[in-house]
Design a binder for this molecule. Structure first.
Ligand code: FDA
Length: 401
């Protein structure tokens, strides 16, 4: 049986980064990937340009049962550190919006960069190899990794098999199953950064507007004793053939729970109907529509007025106008569901951080076993945060494994 110091399971963002960090320390590293090539999600990320980090990354930009867990790794490997790597490889990049950094040319450059670093650190990479199990070694010190290409013995094993999103890209539940087998708790995985699907009634009301987009402030309405503050996101909403999408919706979706509601302020920071209060006459749907058209796309303004008029919401007293105004700032929907893992950009939940060392990502239950990247219960917002977590957690483990 071939013997390695470290076997890394999964050659995505986290696995590749961890492999060469450990390799640079002189560790003999084997990187295993069941897909035909490495870094497949990186290639499709950011519309093919990879939003590889966010310069404003803070622990507050992540969801986790333990919001403090990510702090240590994020503080020790920052966006600046990753930018230094990108610059070392002469990859040109730009800030698109809200601190999001993208390649000028192609996400392929990030994968090529990671491959080059792996080669320089003498990492042995094997694709098309599926890992089926990990057992403790005979002397209970190391591990035996069983794969479709035989068994490998190692001192340390790093689980970087990612989450459940986009099964077509190779996502498996392997990391969760392995963690469970070794006694780790799993925070129930669910689809995050995912479009939401309208109820039957809302589909009939809104879906023919598919393609219409506008700025909103979106927030998941969480009924359960809101232990944590649920953030609001000011970004674009896009009406789709089945529901709503766009960055604002994707962000809110990570906090949304089945059966719950999502609320949108469709005219953030504006008082649209207030001018009607100053008028004694002309308090009617025509005036409301004229006001609404200045803030929403025409088709959406038209529909909003029609839906409210059909619901006999037109009470042109001061109180009635105030109600219309507050309706506009709290368009509340109860989605039937989300588009699920097939369309989700990330998986929320994962290996519970309670039994992981925040400095090294090592299991407190199983010395020598590490969990990094998306398989861990740390999930970033949209905007480069998920890659920053992948890099930072990988470097933490790569320095210790
Ligand atoms: P990742 O999923 O990248 O890698 C896991 C690897 O393990 C895969 O290659 C898989 O094939 C392999 N594997 C699984 N089971 C295995 C087994 N049993 N044996 C062997 N190998 C196995 N984030 C961001 O910050 N900026 C962005 O622009 C985007 N854009 C984006 C677009 C799309 C369409 C998606 C789906 C996702 C994003 N993301 C993103 C999220 C980001 O891609 C994601 O968070 C990271 O890739 C997670 O990195 P990991 O290495 O943890 O998992």
């Amino acid at each position: 049986m071939d013997q390695y110091d470290v076997v890394v399971l999964g050659a995505g963002a986290a696995g590749m980064m961890c492999a060469f960090e450990a390799g640079k320390r002189g560790r003999r590293v084997l990187l295993l990937e069941h897909g035909e090539r490495v870094g497949r999600k990186i290639l499709i990320s950011g519309g093919g340009r990879c939003n590889f980090t966010n310069i404003g990354t803070k622990a507050e930009n992540f969801l986790s049962e333990n919001p403090h867990f990510a702090k240590s790794a994020l503080a020790r490997f920052t966006p600046k550190d990753f930018i230094a790597l990108v610059e070392k490889h002469r990859i040109r990049y730009h800030e698109k919006t809200l601190g999001q950094l993208f390649c000028d040319d192609s996400a392929k450059q990030i994968v090529a960069m990671l491959e080059k670093e792996c080669a320089e650190a003498r990492v042995e990479t094997r694709c098309g190899v599926s890992v089926s199990s990990v057992r403790r070694g005979g002397d209970a010190a190391g591990f035996v990794v069983e794969t479709s290409a035989g068994k490998f013995a190692c001192e340390s094993v790093v689980v970087a098999t990612g989450g459940l999103s986009i099964p077509a890209m190779g996502a498996t539940a392997f990391g969760y199953e392995l963690a469970r087998e070794f006694g780790h708790a799993i925070v129930e995985p669910r689809a995050g950064l995912v479009p939401l699907v309208f109820s039957v009634d809302d589909k009939a009301r809104w879906c023919d507007l598919a393609g219409v987009a506008f700025d909103v402030v979106a927030r998941a309405v969480v009924q359960e004793k809101a232990r944590r503050k649920i953030p609001a996101f000011r970004e674009r909403l896009l009406v789709t053939h089945r529901g709503v999408s766009g960055p604002a919706v994707l962000q809110a979706s990570s906090y949304w729970r089945p059966g719950g509601e999502v609320s949108f302020d469709t005219a953030p920071g504006l008082e649209v109907f207030r001018p009607l209060l100053a008028q004694a006459s002309g308090r009617d749907w025509n005036s409301a529509y004229a006001a609404l058209r200045t803030v929403l796309p025409t088709r959406m303004a038209e529909r909003w007025v029609r839906v409210r008029a059909n619901a006999s919401a037109g009470d042109w007293t001061n109180a009635g106008i105030a109600r219309l105004e507050s309706d506009l700032h709290a368009w509340t929907l109860r989605p039937d569901g989300s588009e699920g893992f097939a369309k989700a950009e990330v998986t929320v939940g994962g290996v519970d951080t309670a039994e992981l060392d925040a400095r090294t990502m090592e299991s407190k239950r199983v010395p020598g076993m590490y969990f990094i990247g998306e398989v861990v219960d740390v999930t970033g917002w949209l905007g480069g945060y998920n890659f920053q977590w992948a890099w930072a957690s990988a470097v933490a483990a790569g320095a210790a494994a």
